[in-house]
Design a protein around this ligand. Structure first.
Ligand code: GLU
Length: 418
């Protein structure tokens, strides 16, 4: 499939093929499971604040529609391509299936740099993208959510544009909305808190005391920051954090409140006086108990996998570890991996709760949301851990096996139309 040609898509396919071999899925069944059902590419012309017109490229990939609507985030980043989005959509499928959600996977993106655009241009771009997507989305078709570079405000614009088209309010068209528009309590924090909860489970499994445990976080966005704050609440010491501009390290532990003030003022970690500077690459090599990549894909590769010095690798990002790195990590028995489709599933689980609440117009308390979230994550963790032990396979293979098998079973039972 030429249109998906991208290293991240090849990586997702490699993972799939590995698991398909393990599960002995016959060759003829594989393409139907592996390749996306639908992919859209759109040109998005917008009027810029300086009077010029600029055309952006937007993408949406719906990986499968077998179990219900497709579900997944919308990413604004300069490097977004169809292939990257397709890989992320495939991972959403396995993630939703692992958590037992009635969704297929999807992902979208616009190649743009929202941090260096006037807000009104970001708004126009979002609204134009929603307009172009109208034939392909809907609360029973495909539901978007925040991802890298997008937030609650972007979701509000999507909800407004779609609702204006329909002629009435449709909150269930997106999740991760502001609470005032039918968003769920706890959605913003869900991914990071889920990561921290699963780190706690992993720490119990390997006998690590989180009190005073050291944590390094690559990517201090919504996921990384909330996970770090929650882990600090469990008594852990956050020794390093980073963003696109680089990172800071302080082995005695960073003062997260001071860091939050610095970020509120400058919007970048760069220049924070509470630690020494460290590059994004070197942060990954710091000796620590928990290493939390929460930024882009393909950060842990065959080049650095032998050198990382953590006990738990908690994948807050999607696809941070390449298959080649996995092979190296499998040779070492000192790193316990919480694979992405398990580790960061908290976000889409609470997105599902938000969608259910919107469809019923009946809203839950934050305590109810969190209790149900941890219940689903615990079930998924137990299932993956048991599978990994019973079959003597890695946590990643075990997690992918559960997700892929569920989708495979649903496709087999539905059969082929016509
Ligand atoms: N973008 C998030 C993810 O990668 C959340 C998707 C959603 O909530 O639909 O899982």
């Amino acid at each position: 499939m030429e249109i998906y040609n991208h290293p991240t898509f090849h990586m997702a396919c490699q993972q799939f093929d590995f698991v398909a071999d393990h599960l002995e899925i016959p060759e003829f069944e594989r393409p139907r499971l592996k390749y996306p059902k639908r992919a859209m590419a759109v040109s998005l012309p917008i009027n810029c604040e300086d009077g010029s017109t600029r055309v952006y490229s937007g993408y949406r990939v719906q990986h499968h529609l077998t179990l219900g609507p497709s579900k997944g985030g919308l990413r604004f980043h300069p490097d977004v391509t169809m292939g990257e989005v397709a890989a992320l959509a495939m991972w959403m499928s396995w993630k939703c299936a692992l958590a037992g959600l009635p969704y297929g996977g999807a992902k979208g993106g616009i190649a743009c740099d929202p941090h260096h655009m006037p807000l009104r241009e970001v708004e126009r771009l979002t609204r134009r993208f929603t307009q172009e997507m109208i034939p392909f989305i809907g609360p029973q078709v495909d539901i978007m959510a925040p991802d890298m570079g997008t937030n609650e405000q972007v979701m509000a614009w999507i909800m407004d544009s779609y609702s204006m088209h329909m002629g009435y309010s449709v909150p269930s068209i997106v999740t991760g909305k502001p609470i005032a528009l039918g968003g769920s309590l706890g959605r913003r924090e869900a991914t990071g808190r889920g990561v921290a909860h699963l780190v706690q489970r992993a720490a119990e499994t390997i006998g690590l005391n989180l009190h005073n445990a050291t944590v390094a976080v690559q990517g201090y966005g919504n996921v990384g920051a909330i996970a770090a704050q929650t882990l600090a609440g469990f008594g852990a010491r956050i020794i390093a954090v980073s963003d696109m501009s680089g990172g800071v390290v302080n082995l005695r532990g960073l003062d997260l409140e001071q860091l939050a003030r610095h970020l509120a003022e400058t919007r970048t970690i760069c220049g924070f006086s509470g630690g020494d500077t460290v590059s994004n690459e070197d942060l990954l090599l710091l000796p620590c108990d928990v290493l939390l990549p929460a930024a882009l894909e393909r950060q842990i590769t065959e080049k650095n996998a032998g050198e990382i010095r953590c006990r738990i690798l908690a994948e807050g990002a999607n696809g941070p570890t390449t298959p080649a790195a996995d092979l190296i990590l499998a040779q070492r028995d000192d790193v316990f991996i919480l694979p992405d489709i398990l580790c960061n599933a908290g976000g889409v689980v609470v997105s599902y709760f938000e969608w259910v609440q919107d469809l019923q117009s009946f809203f839950w308390s934050e305590a109810e949301v969190m209790q149900k979230l941890f219940q689903i994550l615990d079930q998924a963790y137990d299932r993956v851990w048991q599978n990994a032990r019973a079959e003597k396979i890695s946590m990643r293979t075990a997690a992918l096996c559960v997700g892929i098998q569920r989708v495979r079973e649903a496709k087999a039972i539905r059969g082929l139309f016509p």
